[in-house]
Structures are given as structure tokens and as C-alpha cells.
Design a protein around this ligand. Structure first.
Ligand SMILES: Cc1cc2nc3c(=O)[nH]c(=O)nc-3n(C[C@H](O)[C@H](O)[C@H](O)COP(=O)(O)OP(=O)(O)OC[C@H]3O[C@@H](n4cnc5c(N)ncnc54)[C@H](O)[C@@H]3O)c2cc1C
Length: 419
């Protein structure tokens, strides 16, 4: 009788899970890849979807298409409900799936620091649907603003505040400033684009805290030159849907607040608090194993790996997830037992046309070179030739015409069934 293959179950098809499944395609394992979405999402370009620079379809890739030719990969589009580490089972809303090896790659979610108002009255940017919701509401509110007579009511509709001065906040603020500068005067002639205020609120005393001081300073200079109102050392205390209150007593009138001020990991029933550290991540050793649980591993944003050089865990970025996935694949395919070592290839953030900052292993760069590098790295990292081509065409078009053409308000409505 033929030996039954061992089963690897991968939870999450983000950078870590998707890369691992690709690397295990054709291997002598039965692999299950489970995600709540039927597509892989390229999170670093969400902000361009939100700012009408790219179509959502250019930055996602359908899972079933990606693994069409991989006989040993089974896809499940389902919500992961619990893990039973005693019985070696993963529970989804529709079935129980047995595993021999389990890899948790469920990523992170927006952290509202247990404040219901932050969650209720702000936008998060962790899925492509959320990016689309931001795009819809920005253009919806601009339409409403045209016929709004009162200055204060108009400000509420057109002003936008971003909370969090990390890469997401900085990139969003830069893209919004360009929308204001190049698009609004052409498309919304009845509005005074100068009335549109873009706020970037940062709790710390500098931007891009995970990057070098020089990168943070340059990003601040670039954003201010684009007219963004950067508020450093400012803590948000309340958001109520029409304004934001800060600890130092300021009130900012804006009904659109984008929350980019932190991430945390969701609890999964079955993985108790004793295995959690950092931003509610799962504590792993340098073999990427969850110590104390047999055959359970964690990678990417969901994993907390402390080393001598990374006292507070690894950064929650795509490269860490991808490199951990490569390491896991080697472990499964070649029984590799080497410790995982992260190779930091640098970090980048773009602020707009011709402007980016990049901390490279040998230098910090700011301006045109960093911007070109940013474009190339992101283009190369996208999944699928069609996606790369469409994004490149869009970027070239936007660069040459100063006029991206995706400012559509498309909201789902219930399809009518034919009688
Ligand atoms: C707006 C934004 C911009 C970013 N920009 C950059 C950048 O420029 N450079 C960079 O290096 N990093 C960037 N990051 C961070 C980077 O995207 C993450 O570090 C990376 O995605 C982590 O990969 P992962 O596989 O651990 O998790 P993810 O890619 O987040 O994947 C997790 C997957 O698990 C699925 N999942 C989670 N819970 C469940 C459940 N209960 N049931 C079913 N499925 C579930 C999710 O749907 C998701 O597909 C950015 C992130 C965001 C949000």
C-alpha cells in the first residue's frame, strides 16, 4: 500500500504563507493553505488603491489560479476558528482539518489600543476592501462638498487626518497631497483645493521610527514641502466621527481619519496567552518552532523571534515573512536544522513623485534614486506578470499625465436575481 503523505497545514496566504506554499509545490507533502480571502494581497500598495492610483485587481492574486498546477496544494477559503494542538486539528467554520505540521502565518491586524471610538470612527488599511472603502468615501465626500455651503461642514468632508507616522502614514499623506495638488483643481473646479487640509499626526518626536533618523527628517521635509500638516509629539485622545481631540487640547475637524498607528495579532483559540509576546505575537525559537507545542511553527508578522541583535523581536515587514517562509520550506524539504538568520536588505518609504527615502545596508538615500529603487523593488515583488505589467503601465501613465484615472465610486449593491 502507498504511504500516506504527511500533511502541512498553512494558516494564512499572505507574504509568509503564500511563499511557503509556493516553495512546497511539488514537494512530497500534502499541503493545505487556508485563508479567509480567496486571494493573496500585496499590502505595501494598498495606499495606492486608497488614493485611486491603482485598481485593486492589480495588487491581488487569486489563490486557486496561483496553485492551478500544484497537485499537492489544497486551498481552503475559510475563517480559521480554532486550533486543537492535542488532536492536531484546525477548525474552520465548515470543517476540521488534520495536520502533521502546522505553520501559523496569520499576520497582524490594526491595533486600536482597546479604544472603541478609534475603531468605530476611523478607517483601517489592512485589506484591499478597506483601501477601496477609503477611495469611495474620499470621492463621495468631495462630491458632497461641492454643494455644501457652510465652510465648517465642508471642512469636515474634505479634510483628512492620518494617525501614525510610520511608512503607511507617510506614504498615504504623500499620495493624498499629490491628489490635492494635481487632481482636485482639474476634477473639482467648484472646490477650492487650498481648503483641503491633510494632517499627519504622530505620537513620537519624529517620523518613520523604524528607519534612520536621516530618513525620518527627509520624509518630514518632503511632506511639509507638499503642504501636509505634520503634527509631531501629538497623542490622539478621541475620535468622534466629526473631529479628533488631542492630548494637548487641539481639535481637528475631519470626518475621515485613517488609523495607521499600530498593529497587533488576533488571538486564535487553542494558542493560549503563555505562547504570546510582543504585539500579541506567537513566541518562537530560532527553528521557528512554538516551544512547548509539537509540530507547530509560526512565521511573519504573527511570530515573535527574539535574538541577540533583535532584542524586541523581528520587524513586522514582508522580507521577514518571506525569509522565514524560505527557511521553513528548506526545513521541510531538506530537513534543514540551521537557525533562522534574518538578512536585512533595507527599508524604504515613498512620499510622492520623485521622492522616497531608503535605508540601505551601506547608506541612506533620499530623493530620486530612492524613489526609482522603491518602484523597482515593489514591481519585482508583485505576484503575477499581468499585475506587474498593469502596475507599470499605471505608474507610467500617472507619471507622464499627472492624472491617474481611477477615481470611481463603486459600492457593492445587491444583485437582482433573474425571475
Ligand atoms: C498598508 C501596509 C503597508 C505596508 N508596507 C510595507 C512595505 O512597504 N514593506 C514591507 O516590508 N512591509 C510592509 N507592510 C507589512 C507587510 O505587509 C507585512 O509585514 C506582511 O504582510 C506580513 O506577512 P504575513 O504573511 O506574516 O502576514 P499577512 O501578509 O498579513 O497575511 C496574513 C494572512 O492571514 C489571513 N488570516 C488572518 N487571520 C485569519 C483567520 N482567522 N482566518 C483566515 N485567514 C486569516 C489574512 O487574510 C492574510 O491573508 C505593510 C503593511 C500594510 C498593512
Amino acid at each position: 500500500m502507498k504511504n500516506k503523505k504527511e500533511r502541512i497545514v498553512i494558516l494564512g496566504a499572505g507574504f509568509g504563507g503564500f511563499t511557503l506554499a509556493k516553495k512546497l509545490s511539488g514537494a512530497d507533502y500534502d499541503v493545505y493553505l487556508i485563508d479567509r480571502h480567496n486571494f493573496h494581497q500585496f499590502q505595501p500598495l494598498f495606499y495606492q488603491v486608497a488614493m485611486a492610483g491603482l485598481e485593486p485587481s492589480s495588487i491581488v492574486f487569486p489563490l486557486r489560479k496561483a496553485f492551478q498546477n500544484s497537485k499537492n496544494i489544497t486551498i481552503r477559503v475559510a475563517e480559521i476558528k480554532a486550533i486543537n494542538t492535542q488532536e492536531k486539528l484546525v477548525e474552520t467554520e465548515s470543517e476540521e482539518i488534520h495536520y502533521d505540521h502546522l505553520v501559523i502565518a496569520t499576520g497582524a491586524v490594526t491595533n486600536y489600543f482597546n479604544n472603541d471610538n478609534f475603531e468605530k470612527h476611523s478607517y483601517s488599511l489592512k485589506t484591499v476592501s478597506e483601501a477601496l472603502a477609503i477611495r469611495n468615501d474620499i470621492f463621495d465626500d468631495l462630491e458632497k462638498a461641492i454643494t455644501t455651503k457652510s465652510y465648517d461642514n465642508r471642512q469636515q468632508l474634505i479634510d483628512i487626518a492620518i494617525v501614525g507616522g510610520g511608512p503607511t502614514g507617510v506614504e498615504l499623506a504623500g499620495a493624498l497631497a499629490e491628489l490635492k495638488k494635481y487632481i482636485l483643481p482639474k476634477d473639482y473646479k467648484e472646490l477650492n483645493a487650498d481648503e483641503v487640509d491633510i494632517y499627519l499626526i504622530q505620537g513620537g518626536d519624529r517620523l518613520l521610527i523604524g528607519m534612520s533618523d536621516e530618513a525620518g527628517q527627509k520624509a518630514l521635509k518632503f511632506l511639509e514641502s507638499l503642504g501636509v500638516k505634520v503634527m509631531l509629539n501629538t497623542r490622539v485622545t478621541d475620535i468622534d466621527g466629526s473631529c479628533i481631540k488631542t492630548k494637548d487640547g487641539q481639535t481637528i475637524i475631519a470626518n475621515k481619519v485613517i488609523w495607521a498607528a499600530g498593529i497587533t495579532c488576533e488571538d486564535i483559540p487553542g494558542i493560549s496567552k503563555e505562547y504570546r509576546q510582543g504585539r500579541n505575537q506567537i513566541l518562537i525559537n530560532d527553528q521557528l518552532e512554538v516551544e512547548g507545542l509539537d509540530d507547530v511553527y509560526a512565521i511573519g508578522d504573527a511570530a515573535y523571534l527574539k535574538t541577540e541583535s533583535m532584542e524586541y523581536g523581528h520587524p513586522q515587514v514582508a522580507q521577514v515573512a518571506i525569509q522565514m517562509a524560505h527557511h521553513m520550506a528548506k526545513k521541510f524539504r531538506k530537513s534543514n536544522t540551521k537557525a533562522f538568520v534574518y538578512k536585512d536588505k533595507g527599508s524604504m518609504a515613498t512620499i510622492g513623485r520623485n521622492k522616497a527615502v531608503a535605508d540601505l545596508p551601506w547608506m541612506t538615500s533620499a530623493g530620486f534614486f530612492a524613489w526609482v529603487l522603491w518602484l523597482l523593488v515593489h514591481l519585482a515583488s508583485l505576484i503575477g506578470f499581468k499585475n506587474k505589467l498593469f502596475v507599470l503601465i499605471n505608474w507610467m501613465w500617472n507619471y507622464l499625465t499627472y492624472d491617474q484615472s481611477l477615481r470611481l465610486i463603486i459600492k457593492p449593491s445587491k444583485a437582482k436575481k433573474q425571475p
